[in-house]
Design a protein around this ligand. Sequence first.
Ligand code: ADP
Ligand code: MG
Length: 587
Amino acid sequence: MPIQVLLPKVASQIAAGEVVERPASVVKELVENSLDAEASHIAIYVEGGGRRLIEVGDDGSGIPAEELHLASVRHATSKLFSADELFQIRTLGFRGEALASIGSVSRLCITSRASGESTGARLVVEGGHADPVQRVGAAQGTLVRVQDLFFNVPARLKFLKKEATERRVIDELVTRYALAYPRVRFHLHQEGNLTLQSSGNGDRREVLAALYGVDIARQMLEVLANYEAVNITGFISPTSMSRSNRREITIFVNGRWIQDPALTSALIQAYHTLLMVGRFPLAVLFIDITPELVDVNVHPAKAEVRFRDRDRVFSAVQRAVRRALMAYTPVPPLGGWTAGGDAFQNSWVAKSGWPDESLGGDSIIGSQVATSAQAGWNGAPPLSATQKDITSSRVPLLRSIGQVASAYLVAEGPDGLYLIDQHAAHERILFERFREQRKQAVARQSLLEPAAIDLPPASARLLEEQLPLLTALGFQVEPFGMNTFLVRAIPALIAGSDPAVALRSLVEDFEEDETPFQTEMEARVIARICKRAAIKAGQTLSGEEQRALLVDLENCQSPRTCPHGRPTMIHLSVDLLERQFGRKGAR
Ligand code: ADP
Ligand code: MG
């Protein structure tokens, strides 16, 4: 193909991709504009995870009607006139690209009335095409409405995550801005529900409570330090509180949320040996530094900055964090935040919303168990030990009868009949065994030949983050180029399975829900491994195998549910059988 100059429409769509990557980027740009306009109240409405609608309204300075037609023109800005000013920038915007980019990939409508003007004006842009500005009545301030984001860029749409994920990212974004600008009142509505609001009273700890909950907000340590041109404020977690990833670390530089891995590492290093390997602090840090010492123009989405004297900033961060940490005597962990032991079980149950295993899971099964306790074993008075077993979540001793449909085991217990789902039961058995093993070292099986697996970049990053976890669970995986990994060993439990398939399915779990609870993640990964390793439905078991499975199940702590919370067994009590056959208490 010959060299050609791109059509303006194509060029602007390409450029838009740098600024508008996902719905949250639109929210970010619009909120930044409102902040630049010195709004005291910003209201955000999101529908369809931001794909259908993003609306940001403010009571800021507004856009004069005769300038409105320029708002969506690329490189049109009221915030910068010459390149020298780049180093004195005090506004968040300056590139004049956001509205142009958003307008080229959505249906954009800006309604605004500038202070001092008697009427407002409206500009409508659809897929980069702007209609003439119209005069309309409007309150002072600006209302920007973005509908059908990426409607004309189907390729982009394909890259969007699930609506729930986009919603969460928007939630996090707005919360962070609310924290950074405590004097501004924020409202966020998602799908018609108010999901976040700040009072604008200037109290950061109050906003912190909205982000992490009251308990955590109360425990967070305040950072307050000033070193020459660098001012550092914010909150960091005490050493007793940590996360499995860096996602809870937020850094603002001069009011701008930036994602700078090096700066983040500097902060983490300040915790030094105070955190366990693979654990990260929570932090919201605001670094204020003379604008001349920061280059903000290194990234189209302004997510990165460059410091003139990096080391100075890094060491200021470390000193500030260290000082805050040392000012408080570390409190030993109470068990809620560390891995292993009870915390494991607790967060596993409480956080996942699965039935409390200690109650025996399914309530129908539970009530049958309760009534059956009185009936006894073949009419004989129940042994106290047996009774205890029945009423607790343990299963009683079972006598194997046989297998049905190569999927269910039939067994007789002290009170009636048990139907057992062989796959679910085996999953439970393996899960508890694995968890037991996990306390020491998980048996692994080295592969004769390491398997290489390629992942999409986002998945690769997720996997990278979870490498310590995978290692702890018996995998030996190492990065091998940007998005490729070498699997050298897998847990012995799934010896013989395809390592690439196994690993991919785990990555899916990481993607599903970026939960901050490592214990939960760990439980999920173990459950996944066990699912893979467990006997499948359709597998015929010998009498010996059936008996072994029952014995193993009897020895489980929580035999009545599989690790995913589904029942492993159905119990038909003698009482129930008698009723069903009309022998007793016809109802
Ligand atoms: P930038 O923020 O980099 O200047 P934008 O494309 O985001 O570029 O906005 C273009 C211009 O539109 C801004 O410079 C500002 O003058 C005006 N503008 C946008 N949003 C608002 C708003 N909410 N209130 C007042 N003026 C706004
Ligand atoms: Mg802007």
